[in-house]
Design a protein around this ligand. Structure first.
Ligand SMILES: *Cc1c(COP(=O)(O)O)cnc(C)c1O
Length: 367
């Protein structure tokens, strides 16, 4: 029987940590305090110290974090959000939920992240915020986005849902560059909970206060609603405690992910371009390869028992729910049919990594 290489297997880490996770859960259950307690506070402080930001606000998910961050920066006469169309649609979903319009900007062909040149062409004074996604775990060029946005008074939000622990050469972390940053702790993320979770990070005291209110009904204090546009989104005590336990393991796990991607890059045949995961600016969240005939490569891997996925198969402006027929994004539209994600998670065995590497090495475009 052929051995299967899974795309991801969350049970491996969870089983290895099972004694600790169960002990932590029992402690939270016994405490009788389940929301906005000491674990929530402790994780916010711990994650802010890790990121080097003044504030972290725990919320219910990465999409909630985006929606609340957008609500925090929106202003009169500024009803547009600018973002890329190849990052899974989370920003689109959050922007529409906040009652904002979305305008898309094309990506860079090499990095698949936002092109600062194209950004300069699409922003104007109706734009409230630009959301820069560190896609696949690769640090996008936030500095260039800031240079475009600052003179126009546009907020820059970093979507760090795939980039917990990505650093620039000076050691500054993803999430510490923009006006606000958002994180998801969905179980498959590099820092994943045992359920849903998210966070907003910022070093701006006013934005932090606004975001904190917006995440709890617009309350300035209990039962006193002062900030319009509030809703309810909270990181619960169980998830906060699990995340505090897992945060110290993040950098090591990211290093393992990068090592896996480097192995693929070294082995792969000329018919497959493995997007590089260079230290330290990449967390190795996903290993994405680019190839001419994706269906053929996918079949080649399937034949060898290797599971694959596509991140993401339909750009936002071509989704039925969000269609913008007049929007044309040449690079986004040209790469979308050529990307394929291959297995990349820290608990892959060396044997499994070798199997994927061998399959990428033996792939040819002709028989
Ligand atoms: C996962 C993800 C999100 C959304 O996070 P949820 O916690 O699932 O809501 C947002 N942005 C990106 C880039 C993501 O990968």
């Amino acid at each position: 029987m052929q051995r299967k290489t899974p795309f991801n297997d969350l049970a491996r880490a969870a089983r290895a940590q099972s004694d600790d996770l169960v002990r932590i859960a029992a402690e939270v259950v016994d405490s009788g305090w389940f929301v906005h307690g000491k674990h929530h506070r402790a994780f916010e402080e711990q994650f802010a110290a890790y990121l080097g930001t003044g504030h972290v606000i725990g919320v219910g998910s990465g999409t909630d974090a985006l929606e609340i961050a957008l609500r925090a920066v929106r202003r009169e006469g500024r009803n547009t959000v600018v973002t890329v169309a190849n990052a899974g649609g989370y920003t689109t979903c959050a922007a529409l939920a906040a009652g904002l319009e979305v305008r898309y900007v094309d990506i860079d062909e090499q990095t698949h992240t936002m092109s600062p040149q194209h950004l300069a062409e699409v922003v104007d004074d109706t734009v409230a915020a630009v959301v820069v996604t560190h896609l696949y775990g690769r640090l996008a060029d936030v500095t260039a986005a800031l240079a475009v946005c600052r003179p126009l008074g546009i907020a820059v939000i970093e979507d760090c849902a795939q980039a917990h622990g990505a650093r620039d050469v000076a050691g500054r972390l993803a999430g510490s560059f923009g006006d606000l940053a958002t994180f998801s702790f969905y179980p498959t993320k590099n820092l994943g909970a045992i359920g849903d979770g998210g966070a907003i990070a910022t070093s701006d005291d006013d934005l932090a206060a606004r975001a904190r209110r917006l995440a709890q009904y617009g309350w300035a204090s209990k039962y006193t609603a002062e900030t319009p546009g509030g809703r309810n989104s909270r990181l619960d005590e169980l998830q906060a405690a699990f995340l505090s336990y897992r945060l110290p393991k993040l950098d090591g796990a990211n290093a393992r992910r990068r090592e896996i991607i480097a192995t693929y890059a070294t082995a792969s045949s000329p018919a497959v371009r493995v997007l590089p995961a260079e230290r330290p600016a990449h967390t190795g969240h996903l290993s994405v390869v680019v190839t001419r005939d994706r269906a053929r490569l996918r079949q080649h891997l399937t034949d060898r028992g290797i599971a694959t996925d596509i991140h993401y198969p339909i750009p936002d402006h071509r989704q039925d729910a969000w269609r913008q027929d007049a929007t044309v994004l040449p690079v986004t539209e040209s790469v979308v049919d050529h990307i394929l994600s291959v297995p990349c998670f820290p608990e892959l065995t060396d044997d499994e990594v070798a199997r994927v590497a061998d399959a990428l090495a033996s792939y040819t475009e002709v028989d």
